[in-house]
Design a protein around this ligand. Sequence first.
Ligand code: ZN
Length: 110
Amino acid sequence: MDPAEKIEVKERIQAAIVAAEKDIATLEELTKPISPDNAIGRLSRMEAIGSKSINEANLASARTKLAKLKYALAGIDKEDFGICMECGEPIPIARIMIVPESKFCVSCAE
Ligand SMILES: [Zn+2]
């Protein structure tokens, strides 16, 4: 990876971190306990509980993603950044741009 690509990846990761933090804040808001008698609008309480569990799952994956992004950002200046942990081949820059938190190339990730 050349230095210009590295800067681009770094910016991409930082932007993804900001986005993930925003998602987490929104999801934390959505996963607050539902009181039995509050007005949920058009949603019934059961529906609200259903979407709450979806939001909780999304919140958990957003937190995992954020942790991975922070890890990727911390490791970006290391020599093995962008190298597949499985096969040791460089991960294509296009893939790093899409999933900067990935430690595997496309074929090893499958
Ligand atoms: Zn690989």
